[in-house]
Design a binder for this molecule. Structure first.
Ligand SMILES: Cc1cc2nc3c(=O)[nH]c(=O)nc-3n(C[C@H](O)[C@H](O)[C@H](O)COP(=O)(O)OP(=O)(O)OC[C@H]3O[C@@H](n4cnc5c(N)ncnc54)[C@H](O)[C@@H]3O)c2cc1C
Length: 541
């Protein structure tokens, strides 16, 4: 059998290697239009910043090494320009511009995605860069090393933020311009507040809620004209405003595409043509949270889909059950990670959901070196986990990975409380933050706790701060009165049983104890989820 694979990076290279391991005698041809296969695109921003000093280490496998190990016919600088499904052949343009045909029994489309380039006036100026491939990196590095001092990054998603931080590492003055009023759209706005502060600490400017209208050459560099008429002048601009799937070939071949241009595949990653599979950024996949389809342009899903597509091509029964979009990013000293959907998307979908916040310590409070981090868990009225986000200096990636694994395994929010997780003081507490999230969620689902939310404080409710007076003096929610938890039972007469009470403390724990006291004494009490700390995330000064 002869399999032709188009695209030689995450999904394509994974598929080629797996297919060879399964079928030693097959003919496998890997066609890649760029000069490299299997390079670490995720590492590009870190070479830019000098964190990965050796450019060659980004070349995970050279074509020669790959061919030698897997006996795959690897052809770089070979672009597939057409698919003839009837003849089962592809047209390939080689490095000399000449075209040839390559027949196939099975075809895998692993063509990935490309950065979106909005049609703005001046966007084709040579000082406007993108960061997607090694040649892109080389061009950007050359500009940085030729003395550029000021950079504008357009787009506040993963690639834009990583690029901004790494340009700042090179000593450049960097500003990120983002259309939305927040960075990192995989998180909800309040959860990105610590990242905004971290960028400020790093000296990176953020222009949020601002649109670039055009670029104009300026005597001192290139000026980006904003929608508020200001002009930001820089020596170079990096565009990172999102990606689009490279599905033109599939479209021309008559394969079905989804609403945003991704190739439609079944659970075996097969298009409606039984001899053509597709994997990676170019496909749409099942959305196990909201239902329907989604597109998750990330390396983990691409690699796994490549492997599964090879299994399917080799005749095995496979089932790709969709992507939850688990993702993580490092910004300065903080990490931000998420899985599943956001509150913003749940609201847009009109979904019924519950949310809780907690701000646990990464490890036992008595053990040095721990750090508090912020966590938000979203779940349905039945307890299905819909999403989780965390941001902080320590322990964030581990907790999101545990929740991601739980979601994949069908564990619900209550089930998080039961997960048995390895414990010792340097790593966590006997009740890991993931367990705590499950316990709080169970309290909410069982109505043991009725939570109020900082972004929608109940109208007419009395705000009761049950922290210590010194904490209260340092700052509280406007209008709150202070009765410390320890004296609450003795001062109940100061509260009106006819008025609803929203109790809060620093992170929600003392507030929960107070809520239980009050409710068992007949008061109409709610606990503010995540306490004053959550309120501060929603109301940063
Ligand atoms: C700077 C950067 C940082 C990233 N960081 C992360 C990260 O930290 N974590 C994460 O999960 N993901 C990250 N990603 C995303 C991740 O790299 C992609 O999701 C993943 O590479 C997608 O794999 P793929 O195989 O579908 O596509 P790609 O890896 O893009 O490979 C597709 C290949 O197909 C080739 N191709 C396209 N059309 C043709 C054609 N007609 N003929 C021949 N060849 C063709 C392309 O040249 C390309 O090399 C990052 C991406 C970038 C660019």
């Amino acid at each position: 059998m002869k399999t032709v694979i188009i695209g030689g990076v995450a999904a394509g290279a994974s598929a080629a290697a797996r297919l060879r391991r399964l079928r030693e005698d097959d003919e496998i041809v890997l066609l890649e239009r760029g000069p490299y296969i299997s390079f670490a695109n995720c590492g590009l921003p870190y070479h830019l910043g000098g964190v990965i000093p050796d450019r060659e280490s980004l070349l995970v496998m050279t074509p020669e090494h790959f061919s030698a190990r897997f006996r795959v016919d690897v052809r770089v600088n070979h672009e597939v320009v057409a698919i003839d499904r009837t003849a089962k052949a592809v047209s390939v343009r080689g490095p000399d511009g000449a075209e040839c045909r390559e027949s196939y029994d099975k075809l895998l489309l692993a063509t990935g995605s490309s950065p979106l380039v909005p049609p703005l006036p001046g966007v084709d100026h040579p000082r406007v860069f993108r960061l997607w491939t090694l040649p892109d990196l080389d061009r950007l590095m050359a500009a940085v090393e030729s003395g550029a001092r000021r950079a504008l990054v357009i787009g506040g998603g993963f690639i834009g933020l990583e690029t901004a931080e790494n340009l700042a590492r090179r000593g450049m003055a960097v500003t990120v311009v983002e259309l939305f009023d927040q960075i990192l759209p995989t998180m909800d706005r309040e959860m990105t507040v610590p990242l905004v502060a971290e960028f400020s600490r790093l000296g990176v400017g953020l222009e949020l809620g601002r649109k670039v209208l055009s670029f104009r050459p300026d005597a001192e560099g290139l000026a980006a004209v904003l929608d508020d008429s200001r002009e930001l002048v820089a020596d170079l601009v990096v565009m990172a405003v999102g990606v689009r799937p490279n599905s033109e070939l599939a479209n021309a071949a008559g394969l079905a595409l989804g609403p945003r241009g991704h190739i439609v595949v079944d659970e075996a990653l097969r298009t409606f043509d039984p001899d053509i599979h597709a994997a990676g950024d170019v496909v749409e996949v099942a959305d196990p949270v909201l239902g329907g389809s989604t597109a998750i342009p990330l390396a983990g899903p691409a690699n796994k889909q490549g492997r599964l597509a090879a299994d399917a091509i080799a005749g095995r029964t496979v089932r790709y059950r969709g992507s939850y979009g688990a993702a993580v990013i490092q910004i300065g000293k903080l990490a931000a990670a998420s899985v599943g959907t956001t509150e913003r998307r749940l609201k847009a979908a009109g979904a019924d959901f519950r949310k809780i916040y907690l701000h646990p310590a990464s490890n036992a409070s008595y053990y040095p070196g721990g750090a508090r981090f912020h966590t938000k868990l979203l779940f349905s009225a039945e307890g299905k986990i819909l999403g989780c986000q965390a941001v902080g200096a320590k322990g964030v990636d581990k907790r999101i990975d545990v929740v991601a694994a739980a979601m994949r395994a069908g564990v619900d929010a209550r089930g998080l409380a039961e997960l048995e997780l390895a414990y010792a003081p340097p790593f966590n507490s006997a009740k890991d933050p993931v367990n705590l999230a499950g316990m709080i969620a169970a309290n909410v689902l069982d109505s043991d706790s009725r939570v109020a939310q900082a972004d929608a404080l109940p109208e007419g409710a009395k705000l009761l701060d049950v922290r210590e007076p010194d904490e209260f003096a340092e700052g509280t929610i406007p209008g709150a009165v202070n009765i410390p938890l320890e004296s609450l039972r003795d001062r109940l007469t100061e509260l009106n049983p006819a008025t609803p009470i929203t109790v809060f403390c620093q992170v929600g724990l003392r507030g929960y104890v107070a809520e239980r006291i009050l409710r068992q004494r007949g008061f109409d009490a709610f606990n503010l989820s995540g306490g004053y700390t959550t309120w501060k995330l929603h109301n940063p000064c």
